[in-house]
Design a protein around this ligand. Structure first.
Ligand code: FAD
Length: 503
């Protein structure tokens, strides 16, 4: 029987494994952490309360994927209407921010300035059209410099840690709602009139309903693993992949090490690939454990693309290795608070510009009713950071208390109601779409297309800012391809880049 080794036990790798095991393949999943689900996990604190990597609510544009989630969480998967807010210039608005909200927050003088800026951009676009290279170019030409400076510039810098001038234009095009200045002005002149409804930007899923298992998001991944094991597959945790052996352009074996857990007191995990260079949570007393080797007929990768290229070593061209070096991730620390009150927030999540955290969420409001005792609630604070900076190295208690103080200022709780502070960390929270990253990705995709028995997919494996539904769809597609016996070229040659599900 053909043996498929899957690198990474996040939701993408597990979806692939489940499908392949169901299709009669011998499957081995290798996951570095002591738990499964990757970013889509739920980890337990001191009293057994569940903490997600930021709240992970399920939704899907693809019916096959939604049906799969529903079948897996058959004993409880309630849907709730989406209720997400943003605090902007002192007031709460529906998220994402709409034209009407920005207009409401402006006095007429500021609105006039924004409008003049916008008009000058419209004229400039017509008279001197220019190539849009960065997110800053894209936002200023779409909305004018005033709006850019008011919100998008500072917020983007905070979340991504680099100025929007270094982020690719395609990032803004895909992730930032398009705001019509005409609407802003109309609304500002019609204060008090009926709200002009805005739309979510065209690339974002129009999510109005979110599903969440009462015991936590990680339930789906755990059950996927159970299904793989039930079909005779192996799912190994604490197995850090350290190398891929290639012969004549084919993957023939994978090397891995048994590694210790990365939880440590209030730190519930530290996810890393082991080849970052500047962080290694896997060595015991500074010494790595012995390497093991496992042969494979086919290889499915879901670990971060640039790190996977390192594991391929000399089997890939220097050009591809150079391209991989251009890709970088923004690290993420999730601060989790167990709070002695049954409910704290008026929404599922709230975005902030002026707090330590970018987003604050209450999992109970997504449907996580069994995550903690009924008289308690769990709050999650998402903080983007860089490996080694003050947030990354902060003691869980210290950073938890800092977040609690900010929450008290906001009126959501009293700091002394916080019963537990935990931190979940990952070096690969978000792929950063830096200017020029598309060319690097093209180089890597060309290189990987040559490797017929190797497929890569998922949020990390394709370096794509996608949600669990797409990551799962990528896993299923990789499995479908391997089960079909078609060539990679046949399977994906017709898929346009934007919809690429694996390479
Ligand atoms: C803060 C935040 C909130 C989110 N909220 C939502 C949401 O509400 N809804 C939604 O649909 N999506 C959400 N997402 C997106 C979602 O988390 C991802 O799309 C999805 O979990 C990606 O799954 P994956 O398997 O592709 O990657 P991952 O979950 O990152 O899995 C990759 C796995 O590879 C393992 N690995 C890495 N290196 C090695 C190695 N050398 N050896 C062995 N294993 C290795 C990692 O430990 C990890 O388990 C959110 C993401 C973030 C960051």
């Amino acid at each position: 029987m053909s043996h498929v080794v899957i690198l990474g036990g996040g939701i993408c790798g597990l979806a692939a494994g489940m499908q392949l095991a169901g299709g009669g393949r011998q499957v081995t999943v290798l996951e570095a952490q002591h738990f499964l689900g990757g970013l889509a996990t739920t980890l337990r604190g001191r009293t057994g309360a569940g903490f997600d990597f930021g709240p992970h609510a399920y939704h899907a544009r693809n019916q096959r994927v939604l049906d799969m989630f529903k079948a897996i969480a058959h004993d409880g998967f309630p849907a709730r209407p989406k209720n997400v807010r943003i605090k902007f210039r002192g007031r709460y608005y529906k998220y994402p921010l709409e034209a009407v909200d920005i207009a409401r927050s402006m006095d007429p003088l500021l609105a006039a300035r924004a409008f003049l800026d916008y008009l000058s951009e419209v004229v400039r676009r017509k008279v001197f059209p220019r190539k849009l290279v960065s997110a800053e170019d894209w936002v200023t030409q779409a909305m004018g410099r005033t709006l850019y400076g008011l919100f998008f510039g500072p917020y983007t810098q905070k979340v991504w840690g680099i100025p929007p001038s270094r982020l690719a234009a395609s990032f803004a095009q895909h992730r930032i709602p398009h705001i019509s200045l005409w609407k802003v002005i109309q609304t500002s002149l019609r204060k008090g009139h009926a709200k002009i409804s805005g739309t979510e930007h065209r690339y974002a899923p129009l999510v109005i309903e979110l599903f969440y298992p009462p015991k936590g998001a990680g339930l789906i991944s755990d059950r996927m693993a159970e299904r793989i094991r039930a079909k005779g597959g192996r799912v190994e945790t604490g197995a850090l992949v350290t190398g891929v052996e290639m012969r004549d352009g084919r993957a023939v074996a994978v090397r891995f090490r048994r590694v210790p857990r990365t939880d440590d007191g209030g730190q519930l995990c530290l996810m890393a690939t082991g080849v970052e260079g500047n962080v290694d949570p896997y060595t015991v007393n500074g010494r790595p454990g012995p390497e093991e080797r496992i042969e494979c007929d086919e290889l499915v990768n879901t670990i971060p693309l640039p790190h996977f290229m390192k594991l391929l070593g000399e089997a890939v061209s220097p050009e591809a290795r150079g391209a991989a070096d251009l890709l970088r991730f923004r690290a993420l620390s999730i601060v989790g608070l167990r709070v002695k009150r049954p409910n704290a927030l008026p929404a599922q999540s709230i975005y902030f510009q002026d707090k330590t955290f970018n987003r604050l969420s209450e999992t109970r409001n997504y449907g996580g009713s069994e995550l903690c005792a009924p008289d308690e609630t769990v709050l999650l604070c998402d903080i983007t950071c860089d490996v080694g900076d003050a947030v990354w190295t902060a003691d869980p208690g210290d950073i938890g208390r800092r977040c609690a103080r900010e929450l008290e200022e906001e009126g959501f709780l009293k700091a002394d109601e916080v019963a537990e502070c935990v931190v979940l960390r990952t070096t690969f929270g978000y792929p950063v779409y830096v200017v020029g990253y598309e060319q690097a990705i093209d180089t890597l995709m060309r290189e990987l297309m040559r490797l017929e028995n190797v497929v890569t997919g998922g949020r990390q494996g394709l370096y794509k800012y996608v949600d669990m539904d797409i990551a799962s769809e990528m896993g299923l597609s990789m499995a479908d391809h391997l089960l079909s016996g078609s060539t990679k070229q046949e399977a994906i040659a017709t898929i346009p880049y934007e919809d690429r599900v694996f390479a």
